[in-house]
Design a protein around this ligand. Structure first.
Ligand code: PEP
Length: 248
């Protein structure tokens, strides 16, 4: 039985004060049966970790090296020290704007697990790939290369987010059938790599214009275990509503 999860990706939004107001506003309103997470800008993670209650805290990126001459980067050692639980890896914005590749995502997944951080690994096709009928081939490559040589002993600590790039921030969500097809395909690729017991316990989220109107239908799908949500996670009210919708 996979525990549902709703992870907000705040991207480059919210000051420290705004984030603390958010935490206070959601306190006492989140379901225990769902892992409710916000992935916040690195500079405010410590402030949020200090104040977390049911809400769990994650980072949005991490360098694959422990330390060194990587100006502007945040290391797994630093995230561990900050006591965040999750880290988003391979988000399509990082792949598109910061040269993140399946190979760098692979190194980051290994490092995250080494430091007891739970990776939320993003995969997904761009519109041209979907239109060319190559969605599954793209997903297979991202998963097999991203997880190449990754040892998974606690599958509940590994999360994959299917995020079709054309649905992110566009207001145009995938239909629940499209999202389910992709998530079930991802699970089958994980099954080929890790076997049934492990693949059945890895949570697979859908992300891409999830909102309070489409969340119930998306969450009713058997292979969708929750959501990775950008825009609709920024307001406390809609975040609480989305988390409760995942408590199915
Ligand atoms: C995201 O940033 O991962 C995302 C899914 O954004 P949005 O919900 O705004 O489409």
């Amino acid at each position: 039985m996979r525990k549902p999860m709703l992870a907000g990706n705040w991207k480059m939004n919210k000051t420290r004060d705004e984030a603390i107001s958010f935490i206070l506003a959601v306190e006492g309103k989140l379901p225990d049966s769902v892992d409710c997470v916000v992935c916040a800008p690195a500079i405010i993670l410590r402030d949020l970790v200090k104040r977390r209650t049911t809400l769990q805290i994650g980072a949005q990126n991490m360098n694959q090296n422990d330390s060194g001459a990587y100006t502007g980067e945040i290391s797994p050692v630093m995230l561990r020290d900050t006591e965040v639980e999750y880290v988003i890896l391979g988000h399509s914005e990082r792949r598109a704007y910061y040269n993140e590749t399946n190979e760098s995502v692979n190194a980051k997944i290994k490092k995250a697990l080494e430091f007891d951080l739970k990776p939320i690994v993003c995969v997904g096709e761009v519109l041209e790939e979907r239109e060319a009928g190559s969605t599954n081939a793209v997903l297979k490559e991202q998963i097999t290369k991203g997880f190449d040589g990754v040892k998974i002993s606690n599958p509940e600590n590994v999360i994959v987010a299917y995020e079709p790039v054309w649905a992110i921030g566009t207001g145009k969500s995938a239909t629940s059938e499209m999202a389910e097809d992709a998530c079930s395909y991802i699970r089958s690729v994980l099954k080929d790599m890790y076997g049934e017991a492990i693949s059945n316990n890895i949570r697979i989220l859908y992300g891409g214009s999830v909102n309070t109107k489409n969340v119930n239908e998306l969450m009713s799908m058997p292979n969708i275990d929750g959501g990775l949500v950008g825009g609709a996670s920024l307001k406390a009210d809609s975040f609480v509503e989305l988390c409760n919708a995942c408590a199915k």
